[in-house]
Design a protein around this ligand. Structure first.
Ligand SMILES: Nc1nc2c(CCNCC3CCCCC3)c3[nH]c(NCCc4ccccc4)nc3cc2c(=O)[nH]1
Length: 373
């Protein structure tokens, strides 16, 4: 806990880093997985549970909250932490990525993005300055610049246009953010799957001397090895003494490999969203509880787990709940999946501390192959 935002590197193992982000609202142990608290709650989870599982920080949802209940209303109600009763750090995305994927996008130009709300069809304009203002009204601890993320594959000149505009928006967001001790604004590296654009984006953002850096424009349809190749180019161009956040990533395998490529922070809807659809992540790989073969399997997902959802409920019952579309099914599998992700992160952190990350990776991937027993 500190009055300012500080990142400390505690250990490294190859390019894997074990660190700690200290902020007034709490300390974040890295590598960290940040559960997504969509519209003020991690879907189907109580935030006390999310904390008990080991989460030091969660994501808020700028796009949803600005549409409903509205950023000014959240501010009048005392900010997002009071609203959702989470007193530790919250990271908010700038909203640009979700505008692209959720709303009937009207237009995107130098001034920002104009879109129709998917809630009530009203028109909104979000400039870099307004995005930072909204994240400030939410009292967010780590705020992301507004950026333009291009889905892959894409034309090189399209990727370059979006990357250069995102750099100009980074500068505007830095000015709008000003000096807020104890809070941070992260820049977002763009550049698609083009190494020289990635390098330029990282180097220009580095000169802005921001508190942390996200790697964006990935996990947008490219193969995993392209994503990892872009990390090979981007991470070395970023300052070692600042945290690196790979946006929207990912599966346990993505996370394991991205840590080895120098990433410190992750967020993904995967564990909660796929949990609601019946997919369980376990130490031995994925298990799709919708599958009929679980209908009479009395074993729990993993009897050695400390998580009640994983240890105490039979696969038969989970199968029944998911097939019956009972909300308890999604709750238990979201719980299991978040527990597994946090257990994986704890294992990653320990392995780096002990200088045995390569072995940890190999044995973890070996166990996943045992798969759906
Ligand atoms: N600014 C910005 N955000 C990005 C995001 C959103 C990160 N999660 C925000 C979070 C806020 C709260 C609500 C939820 C989202 C990404 N997500 C992905 N892939 C997801 C790939 C994926 C994985 C599993 C399921 C669906 C999609 N690539 C991303 C790239 C960018 C980017 O360049 N710029």
């Amino acid at each position: 806990m500190t009055e300012t935002f500080q990142f400390k590197l505690l250990a490294t193992d190859g390019r894997a880093r074990r660190g700690e982000v200290s902020m007034p609202r709490g300390t974040i142990r890295t590598p960290a997985f940040m559960p997504v608290g969509t519209v003020g709650t991690v879907k189907a989870m109580y935030l006390d549970q999310v904390r008990e599982l080991g989460a030091d920080i969660i994501l808020g949802n700028t796009y949803h909250l600005m549409l409903r209940p509205g950023a000014e209303r959240v501010a009048r109600l005392g900010g997002l932490h009071n609203f959702i009763r989470w007193e530790r750090p919250i990271l908010t995305d700038s909203g640009g990525f979700q505008v692209m994927s959720l709303s009937s996008l009207r237009k995107l130009n130098e001034q920002g993005v104009t879109f129709k709300s998917h809630v009530d069809g009203a028109l909104y304009h979000m400039s870099p300055e307004r995005s930072i203002e909204i994240q400030g009204l939410l009292d967010s601890d780590i705020q992301m610049q507004l950026d333009e993320c291009v889905a892959l594959p894409a034309e090189p000149d399209e990727i370059e246009r979006a990357m250069e505009m995102s750099l100009r928006w980074a500068e505007r967001c830095k000015v709008a953010f000003g000096d807020q001790p104890g809070k941070a604004m992260f820049g977002i590296v763009q550049g698609g799957d083009i190494p020289k654009l990635r390098e330029r984006s990282a180097l220009v953002l580095r000169d802005l001397d921001l508190k942390g850096y996200a790697v964006g424009g990935l996990a947008v349809g490219e193969p995993q090895e392209v994503m990892l190749d872009m990390l090979d180019v981007t991470c070395p161009a970023l300052p070692t003494e600042k945290p690196r956040y790979l946006m929207g990533v990912g599966t346990p395998d993505d996370i394991l490999k991205s840590v080895a490529h120098g990433i410190d922070m992750f967020d993904c809807v995967m564990p909660t969203r796929s949990g609601r659809h019946g997919l369980a992540f376990t130490r031995y790989g994925r298990i799709n509880l919708r599958n009929a073969r679980h209908a009479e399997d009395t074993r729990p997902l993993d009897e050695q787990s400390s998580c009640p959802a994983t240890r105490d409920y039979s696969r038969a019952y989970l199968h029944h709940l998911i097939r019956s579309n009972e909300s308890l099914g999604g709750m238990l599998l979201s719980w299991n999946n978040l527990a597994y992700y946090q257990e994986l992160m704890a294992g990653i952190r320990k392995a780096i501390e002990e200088g045995r990350y390569a072995d940890f990776m190999a044995e973890t991937q070996e166990n996943w192959k045992r798969g759906d027993l």
